[in-house]
Design a binder for this molecule. Sequence first.
Ligand code: SF4
Length: 212
Amino acid sequence: MGDEPQQGRSYNVLPGTKMGVVTVDHLEKIAEVARKHEIPLVKVTSAQRIAFAGHPPEKVAEIWRDLGQAAGPKKPVGIHYIKACPGVLWCKYGRQDSLALGDKLEKALFSMPLPAKTKVGISGCPMNCCESYIRDLGIFGMKKGWTLVFGGNGGGVPRIGDVMAEGLDDEQVIELAGRCLKYFAEHARKFERTGRFMRRTDLETFKRAVGL
Ligand code: SF4
């Protein structure tokens, strides 16, 4: 997350929120800062975050300060966001706890340097509300565990990801995700997204390389 230049004088500030989960206190702080700085656009993004946009760049540092957060933490190119649905604790269709897995996966893999922006979608059941089949790394819950999908993309050149394994527990799915990302990091071209990488990679070779 961070402040990224937009068109003209607009800048984005993404004041927290993980997997779309917010607290009342955080919402109040966001409202207070947005009101103080007369932020032209406050937007819930497709990545389940809240964005401020339309303010001049010279205001960015002050906005972060007022939010009480470190200004736009810089991290290497890698996991861009993890989005997750409410999962089994909060949704009647849920099979697995997607929010808990999102937390664990963030701790394990978020800082891993990767060749390109990498998006993660975790859905608590096969209804796939977090579009796991079209995320670079997609995970969805079944009664017997997690299914891991790799190499999906929902952008201009969409791709359904490849199912790598099923019936995984939390630790197994994180380990396998790590091995898939490691292979991707070692073999992809700079700025090559997983979808494009998987189009030119033999699936069986990839699976063998990640221990499947
Ligand atoms: S993916 Fe399943 S568990 Fe998650 S919100 Fe959708 S229906 Fe509910």
